[in-house]
Design a protein around this ligand. Structure first.
Ligand code: MN
Length: 492
């Protein structure tokens, strides 16, 4: 287990003294609170929050998120109250820990017994909590990752359920958010527990099939580096093995024919600029013939989760067919960390508006907030076959509810068919009463317009103090109906 000092030293950029202080206090508080509690492994429970915090530091999250990682289980497992937490660590940390606890466990449908309705409710709840602050998901995913890494200590009858939940809910969620590294590891760990025979088979077969290739890899790397250097491109080159589960899926799709898998290890060329990406691609193609139909330009056409890179497969040096991925540093970071990259501490720190205060209260610039919620829901993007979870989410959840935004980026959850008047009453009864018009995405629209998912709605207030009777013809929420009836039928 890392000491507090060791945790603090992991930070890539220096910390201010109040930030160090916050983390140190959270560290000590959590150790105290968990006391003698033990994990299944027999280790002190405190090992777990520390490991969670470490994963969050690797995602380059800020001191508040790290503190929340350290404290994420003290409310549920050590009986600390949220109010006490706020007194000790401020509102920002409280909101994060509260979010993580409120979200609770995302259980699979069949585990719930009471069926579909509760599952949808659970998802809806999850969505509302995380829509307020994306950083809650990062803590949640870090928590799950450490639990998966230590799953071997958990009693066997529980392992399968936890692994299944990870495979079906957490990994797709990480994928949707573009957090490629985390998704890959979650899938591999789940795969190991869910399909032990297949895992063992795959390990054995890939050793047999790829040994030759792996031996040649350093020489291939060298040859590639040479031609790039000659072209005066500044680059870094890494070899990255494909994740097990993703390899397994690919092999299965190819009738277990390993000879058709060209990206068991992909070479990653990381360059400075987008221009250099295309430059490098040109140089590589000039030296080694590309395989037809395997050149993909995810720079001009990014994947739905934001992934960008150029992919090509070449008849490479030493007669080896090899996949090469070319990207800039920023694209690389996006590919590994996805949405978390937008919440990077260093970026938040250096952005002009940031202050200690906004840091404490959770920095969510409205635009970014709206964009990320849209990303989560995957509007106007196609959803792949393997995105079953979010497909379900979209289908079940969004057939009944819509999510719209205030101009400040707050999410308002309404039933399908809701109008700007319903929206206004959902904000506050006085806002509803005074509603004289509304704008959607900046344009004036009739008050009876049915709202759609993802719209930004602005209420235009006039001198009116009382709702109009005609509104009853189109409002759908109970709050709006009740309030309007009461006021228009009241004797004045
Ligand atoms: Mn935990």
């Amino acid at each position: 287990m890392k000491t507090c000092e060791q945790l603090l030293n992991l930070f890539p950029c220096g910390l201010k003294s109040w930030e160090k202080d916050l983390i140190t206090r959270a560290y000590n508080f959590s150790r105290e609170a968990h006391g003698e509690q033990k994990r299944y492994s027999g280790e002190p429970y405190f090992v777990h929050p520390v490991a969670t915090a470490e994963i969050l530091i690797n995602l380059e999250q800020g001191p508040e998120v790290i503190a929340a990682g350290l404290l994420h289980d003290v409310v549920e497992d050590a009986g600390v109250s949220l109010d006490d937490l706020e007194k000790e660590f401020g509102k920002g940390v409280r909101l994060l820990v509260e979010g993580v606890s409120k979200v609770g466990a995302l259980r699979l449908k069949q585990e719930q017994g009471s069926g579909n309705k509760e599952f949808i409710e659970n998802l809806r709840h999850f969505f509302l909590v995380v829509a307020k602050d994306a950083r809650v998901v990062f803590v949640k995913l870090a928590d799950r990752l450490h639990n998966m890494r230590t799953l071997k200590y958990v009693p066997e009858h529980k392992q399968a359920r936890i692994a299944k939940e990870t495979m079906e809910i957490y990994a797709p969620l990480a994928d949707r958010l573009g957090m490629g590294e985390l998704k890959g590891e979650l899938e591999d760990l789940s795969f190991f527990y869910l399909y032990p025979k297949e895992f063992a088979w795959l390990e054995l077969e890939s050793k047999k099939n790829f040994r030759g290739f792996k031996q040649k890899l350093p020489s291939i790397k060298k040859a590639l580096s040479q031609v790039l250097r000659q072209a005066n491109i500044t680059f870094e080159i890494q070899a990255r093995a494909k994740h097990w589960y993703s390899l397994y899926r690919k092999v299965s799709l190819n009738n277990n024919d390993f000879s058709r898998i060209y990206d068991i290890v992909a070479l990653r060329v990381v360059v400075g600029t987008v221009e250099d990406c295309y430059g490098a691609l040109g140089v590589i193609h000039h030296n080694w013939k590309p395989l037809l139909g395997r050149i993909k330009d995810y720079i001009s056409q990014p994947k739905a989760n934001g992934y960008q890179s150029l992919h090509t497969t070449i008849f490479g040096p030493f007669g080896q067919i090899v996949e090469v991925q070319i990207r800039t540093k920023e694209m690389h970071q996006q590919a590994e960390q996805g949405l978390a990259a937008h919440w990077h501490y260093s970026q938040i720190k250096s952005s002009s508006k940031a202050s200690k205060d906004t840091l404490r209260n959770g920095v969510n610039a409205p635009r970014e907030k709206i964009n990320w919620v849209r990303t989560l829901l995957g509007w106007d993007r196609e959803i792949g076959d393997d995105d079953q979870f979010l497909d379900n989410l979209k289908h079940d959840l969004l057939n009944e509810r819509i999510f719209v935004f205030t101009p400040k980026g707050d999410v308002v959850d309404l039933p399908v068919g809701a109008t700007p008047v319903d929206f206004a009453y959902a904000l506050h009864s006085h806002i509803g009463d005074a509603c004289s018009g509304a704008k959607i995405d900046g344009k004036m629209i009739p008050l009876s317009t049915k709202l759609k998912n993802g719209q930004i709605v602005e209420v235009v207030k006039g001198k009116r103090k009382k709702p109009s009777r005609s509104w009853l013809e189109f409002v759908v929420t109970v709050e709006a109906k009740r309030r309007i009836r009461r006021l228009v039928y009241a004797k004045d």
